[in-house]
Design a protein around this ligand. Structure first.
Ligand SMILES: *Cc1c(COP(=O)(O)O)cnc(C)c1O
Length: 468
């Protein structure tokens, strides 16, 4: 199993090269050349395995140049009960609300209380092995642009990992107080964190530029019957989580519709409805900050698959996006989008109403991102009447966004301090504060550095002790 770049099909790399390199030199993203296909019988057999067993099977099929031992060791060290609270890292809660029934897949029981842990707990194990294979064990430098949750999950995954340094950039006014504190207090001798005076898109563009900047010499760096259709609803920002579900369909999971839920930054909703991706619009800072994104990076991967792997076409779209701020896909791609995707969005007011409604009527407390998906899913059901069983991705603990969640469930005046809000949310809802968040209250703040967007390359070099 090898990987292609979305922007140049002649670039073919192995799994370990793709992981170690991270992004293709011409700016494209790596995608699998083909998908392993599972029959219904094989899927049923996988249902009998536990999470780690399934992870080993599926990763084994994607990571062609890894041995079974390497995969097994990586999976067993990543998805431990110690890190994820139990032997099932992603438990499901079944909720009925109004005319909808949902299987809420909770992906936030890892060390940073957001779904990024599902990938970033295993990535360090895969990366160190990949760097050994692909680059003879040179030191790897990981640069991260985050809208809040990726940064902490990456820092936690890579802290004190031998042969790796990591630097995270986050938008100074674009993350929740808890997210900021999680990053500022990060432990580890190989970590660095900087706030940039810009939004997430600035951070992501800045990091991608550094990666593809040849001047910087560094190593660069994924209750139903078996066979029954399901819908999948995902609160979406950079299109990673929902793309993973789309890949699962390509591998044999019977999915009917992917419901792509956005907040007021509804660039994806419009794209799915019209076929035109237009980033030239107002950027909103919302209460679901991990989805405050106008340039949704992984959409490029979907386009690659939907254009019949036409890298030239994808490169053209991406060029138009960066020079004109928009592009329009052809009719056949639009038809494929219509077949598989449905897009909707939910503003802050409705996000809070949804949190309140679910809490008061179903006794289920969810975070702001998950609430966006619930609301958009409910819109989907009322517009289409499609009651196919749904798996709804719940992406963060409500305690990461305590102020917004508390405001939704109480009419009383809020305390000012973040941790007082956390305590009050716990007292009011009789739910437990996740231990990794409770511990932050007394953790030492280590990182307060802020810089302008155009100072990002210098910040990286300074952090590595390299003179520009
Ligand atoms: C990252 C994130 C999202 C968006 O996921 P993408 O893969 O970027 O679409 C949604 N919710 C939370 C809590 C997140 O951290």
């Amino acid at each position: 199993m090898n990987y292609n770049s979305t922007r140049d099909k002649s670039r073919v790399v192995t799994a370990s090269q793709a992981i170690a390199q991270g992004i293709s030199e011409e700016g494209g993203l790596f995608v699998p050349q083909e998908f392993p296909k599972y029959s219904l019988e094989e899927i049923k057999a996988m249902c009998e395995l536990d999470y780690r067993g399934r992870a080993k099977k599926i990763m084994g099929d994607f990571l062609g140049d890894f041995t079974a031992e390497e995969i097994s060791e990586s999976v067993d060290s990543a998805y431990t009960a110690e890190k994820f609270g139990s032997d099932n890292p992603s438990p499901i809660s079944y909720i009925e609300n109004g005319n909808t029934k949902m299987a809420v897949l909770e992906l936030w029981h890892g060390p940073t209380c957001a779904f990024k842990d599902m990938a970033l707990q295993i990535l360090p194990h895969l990366l160190t092995k990949s760097v050994k294979k692909a680059y003879n064990g040179k030191e790897a430098v990981i640069l991260v642009a985050t809208s809040g949750d990726t940064g902490k999950a990456a820092l936690e995954g890579f802290k004190d990992v031998d042969g790796v340094k990591i630097m995270v950039f986050y938008p100074v006014d674009g993350v929740s107080p808890m997210q900021k504190r999680q990053m500022a207090t990060q432990k580890g001798n190989n970590v660095n964190v900087a706030a940039i005076k810009g939004n997430f898109d600035d951070a992501q563009t800045g990091v991608k530029k550094i990666f593809t900047n040849a001047d910087i010499d560094m190593v660069k760096e994924g209750k139903i019957e078996a066979g029954e259709n399901v819908n999948v609803a995902v609160p979406t920002g950079n299109f990673g989580n929902i793309l993973a579900a789309f890949y699962a369909m390509n591998m044999g999971l019977p999915v009917k519709k992917f419901i792509c839920a956005s907040n007021s930054n509804n660039v994806l909703t419009d794209f799915i409805k019209t076929g035109t991706y237009d980033k030239m619009r107002k950027f909103y800072t919302t209460m679901s900050p991990s989805m405050d994104i106008l340039v949704s990076s992984n959409l490029e991967r979907l386009l690659y698959h939907m254009t019949g792997e036409n890298a030239e076409k994808v490169a053209g779209f991406m060029k138009a996006l960066s020079s004109e701020g928009k592009y329009t896909v052809d009719e056949d791609v639009k038809a494929k989008l219509d077949k598989y995707f449905w897009g909707g969005f939910c503003d802050d007011e409705n996000t809070q109403k949804t949190i309140k409604d679910l809490y008061e009527n179903e006794n289920y407390l969810c975070d702001t991102h998950t609430a966006v998906a619930v609301k958009v899913y409910q819109q989907y059901v009322s517009e289409t009447g499609d009651n196919t069983p749904v798996i709804l991705a719940s992406t963060a603990s409500p305690y990461k966004f305590a102020q917004s969640v508390l405001t939704a469930v109480t009419d009383e005046k809020l305390p000012e301090d973040e941790f007082a809000m956390v305590d009050e949310l716990s007292a009011k809802t009789k739910t437990a504060i996740p231990a990794p968040l409770a511990e932050l209250k007394n953790a030492e703040v280590r990182f307060t550095f802020e810089c302008e967007v155009d100072e990002m390359p210098k910040a990286v070099l300074d952090s590595l002790g390299i003179k520009a």
